[in-house]
Design a protein around this ligand. Structure first.
Ligand SMILES: [Zn+2]
Length: 192
């Protein structure tokens, strides 16, 4: 993937999206010619002020509440802006990214494309639409080992659209293929 304009890395949980950002950050920093800043919405309690991949590697990040804070925090020498967990940010992030691109920044955004009910996240969709490059990463289905495109929440009892951004790890979410996602949802719904 060539780094220019806006690149979006999306997919389900456990697909390696944050790992890809952590890799990019360390590669870009090793170049020493580029200024790299990483950001993450503050609702992502998993990583606090670090980008932490599920495989345990980290890179420094700054948390933000409103997308407009990002540009205020950027120095002219910051050429690369990496933003993780974009699905947790307001849709106005898309307009802010547009301003960063106009400023000449290279932006790489990563996040979930869909929630655990397979409903697209508005912020991720908006960024994909305006991207010059986008890639969908896949995970391994936790049931059959096949190619997983979906995030699956293990306990559905308290489900509502309001809690679609509940942050959790492997105790709460799995990656599943379409067939295993359908089967799991059907059996959970039958048990409700
Ligand atoms: Zn499966």
């Amino acid at each position: 993937m060539k780094l220019e304009g806006l690149c979006v890395i999306s997919g389900p949980m456990y697909a390696g999206k944050t790992s890809a950002l952590v890799n990019l950050a360390s590669l870009a920093r090793a170049e020493r010619l580029v200024g790299v800043r990483c950001f993450v919405p503050h609702t992502d309690t998993r990583s606090a002020k670090m980008l932490r991949s599920h495989d345990g590697r980290t890179t420094e990040a700054t948390s933000f509440s409103d997308p407009s804070e990002i540009r205020q925090l950027l120095a002219p020498t910051d050429t690369h802006v990496l933003i993780d967990e974009v699905q947790f940010s307001l849709p106005s992030l898309a307009a802010e990214v547009g301003r960063m691109l106009a400023d000449g920044k290279i932006v790489v955004a990563a996040g979930l494309d869909m929630d655990y009910l397979r409903v697209p996240f508005a912020t991720t969709s908006a960024l994909v639409a305006m991207s010059s490059n986008s890639v969908i990463l896949v995970a391994r289905c936790s049931v059959c080992g096949g190619m997983a495109l979906y995030s699956y929440r293990k306990q559905l009892a308290a489900q509502s659209r309001a809690d679609r951004v509940v942050v959790g790890g492997k105790e709460m979410y799995e990656a599943r293929c379409g067939v295993c996602w359908d089967r799991g949802m059907a059996s959970q719904r039958a048990a409700l």
